[in-house]
Design a protein around this ligand. Structure first.
Ligand code: DGL
Length: 269
């Protein structure tokens, strides 16, 4: 148990994404850690991360976390974003060695363990697909499989539109996921890794528009479990008055529908 944690029992768990995607992780984290306080950060001024040049995005994240750590003094930082984690986990750990970071990286290992056909697709932002980190995961864990990387330019924005107003352009979802489905003789893709935290919001439409049923692998629960496993255990007699969970937008002005959505997730904006 960390002495630092004991002196600061009210310190929050900070969860960051470029937009609403990290809410899929927050949802699971809340279930596993009902007594924790959460600060949700949407770097909406930087959305979408998928298109950023690598050095610029890494520098942005290191600077942003510096400010967030100073302002909120979190117990732990969960980077609920594959695009950011695959790029900057190492730099963040080096820049803030006293902070615990939990990253979200493509769930290639569990996919390789579960697949029967050994044909897996990884659906992600163009940034995550380009990363050496992603290639290394494939080499390390999925040597026996054929892993097909599919970069989607549009899905994260489609998910943002969906959570704002419930509208989904189904034809676009169908077109974006189509390259994930491969047929090679007797074998066909049986797992699609959702390697962007925005995508689980669209998974029902993905199921509906997929050419055949597959396992859509959403790592949110695993990320929340990982965060729980490394969090210091709170000390009972140091319990503090519960404070509201909050959402922060780097733009400083979320649109009213997003504000409502955050409130629906129990976050004060
Ligand atoms: N939610 C982010 C991820 O997991 C990416 C969305 C974006 O392009 O900003 O990769």
């Amino acid at each position: 148990m960390s002495a630092v944690a004991n002196r600061h029992p009210g310190r929050p768990v900070l969860i960051l994404d470029s937009g609403v995607g990290g809410l899929t992780v927050l949802r699971e984290a809340r279930v596993l850690m009902p007594d924790r306080r959460f600060v949700y950060v949407a770097d909406d001024a930087g959305f979408p991360y998928g298109d950023w040049e690598e050095d610029a995005l890494r520098a942005r994240l290191v600077e942003l976390f510096g400010r967030l750590i100073a302002e909120h003094d979190p117990l732990i930082c969960v980077i609920a974003c594959n695009t950011a984690s695959t790029l900057s986990l190492e730099a963040l750990r080096a820049a803030y060695p006293d902070m615990l970071f939990v990253g979200t990286v493509p769930a290639i290992k569990p996919a390789a363990e579960r697949t029967h056909s050994r044909l897996i697709s990884v659906l992600a932002t163009p940034g995550t697909v380009r990363r050496q980190y992603t290639r290394d995961l494939i080499e390390k864990w999925a040597g026996r499989c054929d892993v097909h990387l599919v970069g989607s330019v549009r899905l994260a924005a489609l998910a943002e539109t969906y959570v704002r107003g419930g509208f989904v352009d189904e034809a676009s979802v169908r077109a974006e996921i189509a390259p994930c489905f491969l047929n090679e003789g007797e074998r066909r893709t049986d797992i699609v890794v959702l390697a962007c935290t925005h995508y689980p919001f669209l998974v029902n439409r993905m199921r509906k528009t997929a050419p055949w049923p597959v396992d859509w692998l959403d790592p949110a629960e695993a990320i929340a479990r990982r965060a729980l496993s490394i969090l210091p255990v709170p000390v009972e007699d140091e319990a503090v008055e519960p404070k509201a969970d909050t959402a922060i937008f780097t733009s400083g002005h979320p649109d009213p529908l997003i504000r409502r959505l955050m409130q629906g997730f129990g976050l004060a904006v």
